[in-house]
Design a protein around this ligand. Structure first.
Ligand SMILES: Nc1ncnc2c1ncn2[C@@H]1O[C@H](COP(=O)(O)OP(=O)(O)OP(=O)(O)O)[C@@H](O)[C@H]1O
Ligand SMILES: [Mg+2]
Length: 158
């Protein structure tokens, strides 16, 4: 587990970028945190780290947006999701099975039963207006490895 505090949106994006650079096909990142906690900001960094050139916006009205980087990035926002059935109607299981891309889900905690056991959980909290506390909790071997690599990257910035 890693806990980090960022002091600006740019710092949160940089952390996302380091994570995106380490992302592999089939990765699943579940983001939880209140409105304005920085989930989209972090996802912008992840996209950047994956070589996505488009600007990532909140996909709140469409639930899922796809971007192309060195891997496909599927960015979902479940804030407006009604039921877990809607999640399956979206074909989420296919995005996961087709493990060519990376799936990042905002408001994943709205459907705690909706996703596989193996994932990286990222909790975002807002201790002050400019600060965000990010807690990265790996579930499964792949994500323990990922968090260890990220920890080394963050400890020794290039
Ligand atoms: N340290 C920080 N890290 C990230 N965002 C910050 C930070 N400090 C301030 N902010 C501000 O917080 C807001 C984060 O917005 P963002 O859209 O990323 O949140 P969100 O969690 O995706 O919200 P929503 O639930 O509405 O999708 C931005 O306005 C950003 O400028
Ligand atoms: Mg958002």
């Amino acid at each position: 587990m890693i806990e980090l505090v960022t002091h600006s949106p740019e710092e949160t994006q940089r952390l996302g970028k380091a994570l995106g650079a380490l992302a592999k096909p089939g990765d699943l990142f579940l983001l939880s945190g209140d409105l304005g906690a920085g989930k989209t900001c972090l996802t912008q960094g992840i996209a950047w780290g994956m070589g996505v050139e488009d600007h990532v916006r909140s996909p709140t009205f469409v639930l899922l947006t796809e971007y192309q980087g060195r891997l496909p990035l599927y960015h979902a926002d479940l804030y407006r999701l009604g039921t877990i059935e809607e999640l399956f109607d979206l074909g989420f299981d296919e995005y996961l099975e087709d493990s060519n891309g990376v799936l990042v889900v905002e408001w994943a905690d709205r459907v705690p039963e909706g996703f596989p056991d193996d994932h990286l959980l990222i909790r975002l909290e807002t201790p002050s207006e400019e600060e965000r506390r990010l807690t990265l909790i790996p579930h499964g071997h792949r994500y323990e490895e990922l968090v260890n690599s990220l920890q080394s990257d963050v400890a020794s910035p290039a």
